[in-house]
Design a protein around this ligand. Sequence first.
Ligand code: HEM
Length: 260
Amino acid sequence: MSDLLEGFLGTSVEGKKSRVPAKLDYFQSATGLFLGLFMWGHMFFVSTILISKDFMYTITKMFEGSFLFKEPQSWIVSAMVFFVFVIFIVHAMLGMRKLPINFRQYQAYKTHAGMMKHDDTTMWLTQAFTGFAMFFLGSAHLLMMMVQADTIGPYGSSMRMYGDVMWPFYLLLLLAVEFHGGIGLYRLCVKWGWFEGPDAKVSRKKLKQVKWLITGFFLALGLLTLAAYVKIGYEYSNGLVDKYKPTAQIEVTYDVKVRA
Ligand code: HEM
């Protein structure tokens, strides 16, 4: 029996309780932690547009190796996206083991969740639902970023949001990511006993408060960022502003003109 199948069934050929599910659980936690922390960084990167178009441009070019190469190398970003994509798919596959796979199981689960009125159980349902949605939305976003890495920037990203009407897609993805990531990181802390004080109940309560604070913060940041891209995209689409050019480039053109 393959390791993966063993993981799904929880027993080995000999019928003994397998250690594979524990290993898969460990990988699910590790990939989840990576993706959760990656998303914090990602949200800060995307939100640089709130500071200025120039700042977002500079950071984008930094990811394209501006400190090493003269010309932007967008393949570096494509390669990074590919790496994240692999981790994302592994995490999703491991997560799917735990989805209630048939309707009866789901009904039993719902009755259980309703009866217990237990926060953690309801959180699990939210996480399963947002995880399922993200499998499609996240994959589409990652594919798009991988093949169009060269379009990332104040102009390209804003036009994608407004001109290509991708903002409703991003809004759904943002909600799914923030709820899924917040709950996921909270559950990781509880599962592995991170930040646990002498009284586990008190620690859990505090962790839940921190979880809500973090989710609220990134949701607010994400919504503001989304609004900024949409506004800029609207301005470009309606000819209210010129297509973005980095300030450094404008200065160079000016220098050349003066010298001529
Ligand atoms: C290395 C991988 C990634 C890159 C390079 C990347 C890049 C970007 C860029 C440039 C944007 C701005 C909009 C655009 O240009 O289309 C964006 C927005 C967004 N991305 Fe990613 N992304 C990556 C991975 C992910 C992952 C794994 C997720 C979650 C599954 C995600 C979720 C989002 C969300 C929710 C937004 C909207 C942000 C907001 O409203 O503030 N991204 N991403």
